[in-house]
Ligand binder design. Structure first.
Ligand code: ATP
Length: 440
């Protein structure tokens, strides 16, 4: 059983994730990515971006603004009840709960009486310009996709796209979640990786199946264990207000199953609505004159939720002494089996012992020769066993050790994190060897 607390403490201790504004007691539902976290996030985004835009000729990218004109969110339904939770307030302790979290009619915290449910909009509000009045209200986007619909015509015309085609975007989204919880699973400021696929109405069902398969395959190519993934078909009464069909891709987190990605058939809801509200015609005309509002298939992944899925999947506690060591053996050791595409540091370069200038010099030369091509670190602090374990904890794929034999033979050992096999390789053969291994 993986324990969430151990995962959270590893994430903090090794510089992946910190609570935001920590020295001022934090800010609920907001986190910062540390040096290793941001490296992992960048790798994750790059992998998604490449699989979406490079592997699909007709998917192009976009980066639209976070601040949105409130008319957009009126048209999209976010300013109405469509994007609100029903909240109950305890008359005694004043705590607030989502209606679906309360069983019975008393406060889960103190047993006090509860108020009637009232609507609570999840959007974050701000003001544009110096005057904080009604006219100056703007919103931080609650999802990245609206910016894509607003740019549908711009992309269509400037890129000479033809239906079907897609627009992909990675960016921040904000929701004033009532109960942010489960570490970075439910945050108030988070990031989404979304792709909107515009197609003929008749083709929408087939493309829904196509993208569902593509997305599930991606998680498996990226190394998530099959048994930790499942697909849930969402019944009509639970679907988002715009969705004609919806599936959630769920991951089996240490705290239970949770959605990491939603795939939605949004029909013509978005382009039709924005046409009506903006007065700009967003329909599409085929070469044969046929005119229609393109239907949209959306794939929407959370960066943090998929980060947490990959991180939890990779996390393992193994019996101490896995690596032969001269220092005391701990009862348990942590191993982070991150896939090569995601690990923040792929290679460690280690002189066998410290205080041997010849070893340090050679190891430094190896490190210098690799660092522009690979994400690598030089480490000579502590015993070699301890350094291997530190690398295992942050998911380093290969440890290169320069020992006394290396001085005569111009070679080193390559230790594989997962198999612990050590192989001797000539230093001049290293770049080709590592390129091959890390491309696999
Ligand atoms: P939930 O039902 O868990 O609130 P949702 O169905 O509202 O999620 P979508 O609107 O479909 O989520 O958003 C798409 C993706 O964005 C989700 O699958 C998730 O990965 C991510 N996401 C949504 N809300 C949050 C949040 N508060 N914190 C982190 N990620 C989120």
């Amino acid at each position: 059983m993986k324990d969430m607390q151990t995962i959270i403490s590893l994430a903090k201790r090794r510089g992946f994730i910190f609570p935001a504004s920590e020295i001022y007691d934090g800010l609920g539902g907001v986190y910062d990515f540390g040096p290793l976290g941001v490296a992992l996030v960048n790798n994750l985004k790059k992998a998604w971006w490449q699989s979406m835009t490079r592997n699909h000729d007709n998917v192009v990218g976009l980066d639209s603004a976070i601040l949105m004109n409130k008319k957009v969110l009126k048209a999209s339904g976010h300013l109405s009840a469509g994007f609100a939770d029903e909240l109950l307030e305890c008359k005694q302790c004043q705590k607030r709960f989502k209606k679906d979290e309360v069983e019975g009619d008393v406060c889960p915290a103190c047993g006090g009486a509860l108020s009637e449910p009232r609507q609570f909009n999840l959007m974050m509000k701000t003001f544009i310009g110096p005057v904080e009045d009604e006219a100056a209200i703007a919103y931080l986007r609650p999802e990245t996709c609206q910016g894509i619909y607003l740019n549908f015509l711009n992309v269509l015309n400037t890129m000479r796209m033809k239906i079907p085609f897609g627009i992909a975007q990675i960016g921040k989204a904000f929701r004033n979640e009532i109960n942010p919880k489960n570490f970075i699973f439910r945050k108030r400021e988070f990031e989404q990786m979304e792709m909107q696929w515009f197609c003929r109405p008749q083709a929408a069902n087939d493309f829904f199946e196509y993208w569902k398969k593509e997305r599930l395959t991606w998680y498996q190519i990226m190394g998530l264990k099959k048994e930790n993934l499942r697909v849930q078909e969402i019944p009509e009464e639970e679907r988002a207000h715009y969705a004609q069909r919806q599936i959630d891709i769920e991951y089996h987190f240490p705290f239970g199953w949770g959605e990491i990605e939603g795939i939605h058939n949004r029909g013509d809801w978005d382009l039709k609505n924005h046409s009506q509200h903006s007065g700009r015609e967003l329909s599409y005309t085929e070469e044969n004159g046929e005119k229609y509002y393109p239907h949209i298939i959306e794939t929407s992944v959370g960066v943090e939720r998929s980060f947490l899925a990959f991180f939890s999947d990779a996390f393992e506690e193994v019996a101490g002494g896995r690596t032969k060591t001269t220092t005391a053996v701990k009862e348990k050791e942590i191993l982070l089996r991150l896939p090569k595409a995601l690990s923040p540091i792929k290679i460690l370069v280690l002189p066998l012992v410290k205080n041997k200038p010849a070893l340090q010099e050679k190891a430094t030369a190896v490190y210098q020769s690799l660092k522009s091509q690979f994400s690598c670190r030089y480490d000579d602090v502590g015993s070699i066993g301890r350094r291997y374990r530190r690398g295992d904890e942050i998911g380093v794929n290969y440890a290169l050790t320069i020992d006394f034999e290396s001085l005569d033979n111009d070679d080193l050992t390559v230790r594989d994190r997962d198999t612990m096999k050590q192989e001797r390789i000539k230093i001049k053969a290293l770049p080709a060897f590592l390129s091959k291994q890390l491309a696999a």
